[in-house]
Ligand binder design. Structure first.
Ligand code: PLP
Length: 455
């Protein structure tokens, strides 16, 4: 049967194509932009929202309680006093390189948030992933009477605590980086930990985890299957806690703390965010918890002056497909024969999170997709211009500053919102989500692929 005659979730392919131009582009693997028609003023959106600023502050305070522990257990966090936070960096040379490559001018200042260089696990997952393990460890320690309010959390780095945690286990399903964060953190605290890795996961990530005593189970299929298997195996063990990347609000809140930290960094750099100085943020999106959590925090902190976009590979555009069709996690890219194969292993997800799409609906400005070749090319541009080496996923956000010149839908959005002129005085921020732990040999291959494509 012709694929166009198939019925998918109650509609033919052609009916889906008629939903909106972005859906048609997605089904045909074309790069596209989708602007969210259901975004409402932030002040209203927060009113009907199940999570609040108090939840974000609670997460932030928890991370502060653990800071003395990190200083002791991970000496690389000493410079930031046990707080795992990434630099904010202006990237003027990359701005020039992007302008030349895209044959356009980029308005406003271009900045990068270097989660690629976060301590402990070198990706955005060092936020949510580590946070959820810490929360679980704190819960157990309180419950078992080993910890009291006001205690110095350096006690978590003791044989007594490690022996307690060795009776518990933690499981997670991952395309790689979440496994790295959960694995490293859990093993350090003394938990038994199993990481269920999808076929996309790089060998070096599996090797590194095994060297730290983590059990790595490998699957020939994609992320959803690794998560499902992990969840199933954890269910049969009452002492096993499963970090559920598809559904966890704890992960989400761990990510959201980034916004409070960014606000401080902006103040230190004298960067203003207001109606006259809008902030545009481009966030690489896999299942959605990381970029969704960060975007939620940004909306709470900066309100309507923060404009947030999810960025995905054309072959794994599950969040945009879910949001544009309104089907969220009921729909997968595979439903339309899209293969979910991408070099951006951190974004190789075919079905979005169970709650992020719906939860972020009143907040998000939009989504876009880009081809893998662009990520390679921008990876090489970034290395040459700023000497920052990233994994391909991290470059998905770098396409954001070019949307205005390439996609009429984005330009119309700017006009409608009255943002065109203000953008010149504002800030464009690209969230660089990973890369500092990629082995040199692997990085050279990425770089060479990019250079070859640039010609
Ligand atoms: C996981 C990951 C993302 C996206 O986070 P999700 O929570 O899966 O949406 C982006 N970039 C990198 C490098 C990642 O590892």
């Amino acid at each position: 049967m012709d694929k166009k005659e198939q019925i998918i979730l109650g509609k033919t392919w052609e009916e889906w194509e008629r939903e909106c131009p972005a859906v048609k582009d997605m089904l045909n693997l074309r790069e596209t932009v989708w602007i969210n028609p259901d975004r409402i003023p932030c002040g209203e959106a927060v009113k009907s929202c199940s999570l609040t600023m108090e939840d974000v502050l609670d997460a932030s305070r928890r991370l502060e309680r653990f800071a003395p522990y990190f200083e002791k257990a991970f000496p690389e966090t000493a410079a930031t006093h046990g707080i795992i936070e990434s630099p904010l960096k202006r990237i003027p040379e990359m701005k020039k390189a992007l302008e030349a490559w895209g044959q356009t001018e980029i308005s406003g200042d271009l900045w990068a948030k270097l989660d690629s260089h976060l301590a402990v696990s070198g990706s955005i997952k060092a936020r949510g992933g580590i946070y959820e393990v810490l929360k679980h460890a704190e819960d157990i320690a309180l419950e078992q009477g080993l910890l009291r309010e006001g205690d110095n959390y350096q006690v978590f780095d003791s044989d007594e605590f490690r022996s307690l945690f060795s009776k518990y286990s933690i499981g997670v399903g991952s395309t790689g980086n979440l496994g790295l964060s959960i694995g490293i953190m859990s093993a350090k605290l003394g938990f038994q930990v199993t990481v269920h890795m999808s076929a996309d996961a790089r060998q070096w990530k599996k090797d590194m985890l095994r060297s730290k005593g983590v059990i790595v189970k490998e699957y020939a299929s994609d992320y959803s299957v690794a998560v499902k298997e992990g969840r199933r195996q954890a269910e049969s063990d009452p002492h096993c806690y499963f970090v559920d990347d598809e559904n966890s609000q704890t992960l989400f809140l761990g990510y959201s703390v980034a916004a409070l930290r960014l606000k401080k960094q902006f103040e230190e750099q004298n960067i203003t965010v207001d109606r006259e100085h809008p902030l545009f943020v481009y966030l690489p999106c896999g299942v959605g918890g990381g970029p969704g959590g960060v975007a939620f925090g940004l909306k709470l902190v900066f309100g309507d002056d923060a404009h947030c976009f999810f960025a995905e590979p054309t072959h794994s555009c599950c969040m945009m497909l879910g949001m544009a069709t309104g089907k969220n996690n009921e729909i997968s890219v595979q439903d339309f024969g899209i293969d979910n194969v991408t070099i951006a292993d951190g974004l190789a997800v075919g079905r979005a999170s169970g709650f992020v799409g719906a939860f972020m609906r009143p907040f998000m400005d939009g989504c876009y997709s880009l081809d893998d070749s662009r990520m390679y090319e921008m990876l090489a541009l970034m290395a040459d211009s700023e000497h920052i080496f990233l994994e391909p996923s991290a470059l998905a956000g770098m396409y954001g500053p070019l949307l205005e010149s390439r996609f009429p839908a984005f330009k119309e959005y700017l006009e409608r919102e009255g943002l065109e002129a203000a953008r010149a005085a504002g800030t464009q921020l690209v969230w660089l989500t990973g890369g500092s732990m990629v082995p040199e040999e692997e990085m050279r291959k990425y770089y060479e692929s990019g250079r070859a494509l640039l010609g």
